[in-house]
Design a protein around this ligand. Structure first.
Ligand code: GLC
Length: 537
């Protein structure tokens, strides 16, 4: 009975089409799992300027809807383009607010140059609110234009979180969507992720939501989409059980969650937790060609010879100073038995880059009672805040760090896979982490994660599938790395057991098929009840 659900997803990102964060992976892999289960899935996303045109076709559907500003009327005319991925139809909204965008959420250096304001590189787009509203209205307009009748709409992140409220409270949509369910997934409740606006008139006029609905979503003087939509959603969840608890238990003045949990509580909004999954076939070291790595290996059978080849190849690539179009800093002096500690991350305050840098110092310089360990090698892949980039690059230049740490500025799945394949350890020292997907990726590639035990990172079990530490300090990270490295040196069979147990745990609990079955299906069935009740089924 459940297999006939029709689920529409709304997301600003989708892996392979356009995306920057973990949301792109979740969108793609969850859609794929829904399709594999025999249900009908559809995705609506923007057609940014950077999206490769060659694979898109025109549906011939033209959408016209109001997106007024408080001081002027404004109509959006959008074309709907079409493609397919992972067996799922994808509708791309081609509207003026997306046409010239080269980033997804923020100005690229080129865009900032072009408008003569280099200093806004990395800042959010000035018309972010219109970009969000256009996607959400276009989704509802498109469903009507196609005469589709989904069981539910699954909205990814704050960028899509008005949809449940619009479906119920914008007169143009209320009738058509009366029996359609709606859910919201929160991928990050940290500052900068809420897509709130402080202009209440803009929020009201552009969304067409009644004033009282907008007022109900006001928190700290802004209009918060999670609050507005959360009031009308059939479910609101975040991407791990533990992060859901952290968000809901945080005090109203908490900065890491902007106090959104207290605002949910005050409005009677419940927050579920569903830990994201991973598709193991996308990080399978037994298929080196598809993975783009130098050699194959199989952690489950203990055949790790290929991993050593991957490491040599990547270090040679780094020491040659060239890698794709990436910028390489520093080099690595490899020698047998040297542990290679890797980090793949956006370089932002959330990700704990400062703690990582301090831990590198503690390990390579030593501290009172803690002799330095000059054999440890570090490799960082990432981009982000220029201050962190510069601090890391500086580190590669001076002794005792020279030859011990290399920093690749950039990102991309291809080079990330080469790093996961090469490393012995993978660190995630994030201050907060709603789920974390990179620990899975590292584990699948036979690399042992060392994580700050916060948010979704508690899925790493200390001494069983990796290593975890608390509190969020450089000392705790350095001490845990020492502990993990000692096991690798002195009990290599235990090190391999951890690698293997991590992969087995993913197959048992965290494939997307299992997460869909155990985590999302109950929420979907609940949201779909509206239509089923109507049909009497
Ligand atoms: C966001 C979160 C990250 C999560 C990802 C996918 O990027 O910061 O923890 O894994 O979304 O849900």
């Amino acid at each position: 009975m459940e297999a006939d659900l029709e689920i529409w997803m709304v997301s600003r990102e989708m892996e392979e089409i356009a995306g920057v964060g973990g949301v792109k992976d979740v969108t793609r892999q969850l859609l794929a799992a829904i399709a594999r289960r025999g249900m009908r899935a559809r995705l609506v996303m923007p057609r940014y300027g950077i999206v490769d045109d060659s694979t898109l076709s025109d549906t011939g559907i033209a959408l016209t809807f109001p997106t007024d500003y408080p001081d002027r009327q404004h109509t959006t005319h959008a074309r709907v383009l079409y493609t397919e991925a992972v067996g799922v139809p994808i509708y791309l909204i081609d509207a003026p607010c997306y046409a010239e965008k080269e980033g997804i959420y923020t100005y690229t250096a080129r865009e900032a140059q072009r408008i003569g304001r280099p200093e806004i590189t990395g800042c959010g787009y000035y018309d972010f609110f219109e970009m969000n509203v256009v996607l959400q209205k276009a989704t509802l307009e498109l469903i009507q234009a196609l005469g589709a009748h989904p069981d539910l709409i699954h909205c990814q992140d704050a960028h899509a979180a008005f949809v449940p409220a619009m479906m119920r409270r914008v007169p143009r949509y209320a009738k058509y969507f009366a029996d359609v369910g709606a859910g919201i997934t929160i991928h990050n409740a940290g500052p900068g992720y809420h897509q709130e606006v402080y202009d209440l008139a803009l929020a009201q006029v552009m969304t067409e939501l009644p004033e009282e609905v907008i007022r109900h979503g006001v928190h700290r003087e802004g209009v918060y989409p999670f609050l507005v939509g959360g009031m009308y959603a059939d479910f609101v969840n975040t991407v791990s059980e533990n992060y859901a608890r952290e968000v809901m238990e945080a005090p109203p003045d908490d900065e890491q969650t902007v106090g959104i949990g207290a605002a949910f509580r005050a409005r009677g909004i419940q927050l579920f937790g569903v830990t994201n999954g991973i598709d193991p076939s996308e990080y399978d070291p037994t298929r080196p060609q598809e993975m783009g790595i130098a050699a194959g290996y199989n952690p489950l059978t203990g055949d790790m010879a290929g991993k050593a080849i991957c490491r040599r190849a990547l270090i040679a690539e780094i020491n040659s100073g060239r890698s794709d179009s990436l910028q390489i800093n520093g080099y690595l002096e490899d020698a047998p038995g040297r542990p290679l500690v890797t980090m793949v991350s956006r370089l932002t305050a959330q990700k704990g880059v400062d703690r990582f840098i301090e831990a590198v110092r503690l390990l390579l310089e030593g501290a009172p009672g803690q002799p330095p360990d000059p054999d440890i090698l570090f490799l960082v892949l990432g981009a982000g805040d220029p201050t962190y980039q510069e601090a890391l690059i500086q580190l590669t230049r001076a002794d005792p760090f020279r030859g011990r740490i290399a920093v690749i500025i950039g990102h991309g799945p291809a080079v990330a896979r080469r790093v996961y394949a090469a490393g012995d350890f993978f660190v995630n020292p994030a201050a907060f982490e709603p789920c974390g997907l990179t620990d899975y990726m590292a584990q699948l590639m036979g690399t042992v994660p060392v994580v700050h035990l916060v948010g979704g990172l508690v899925k790493v079990q200390d001494g069983v599938t990796g290593y975890g530490y608390y509190p969020h300090t450089a000392e705790a990270l350095a001490a845990t790395l020492r502990r993990a490295i000692t096991v690798m040196r002195e009990q290599p069979e235990q090190h391999l057991r951890i690698i293997q147990q991590a992969i087995r745990t993913i197959y048992e609990r965290y494939t997307w098929d299992k997460v869909l079955e155990r985590g999302y299906m109950p929420l979907y069935m609940h949201a779909a009840r509206r239509k089923r009740a109507d049909r009497g089924s």
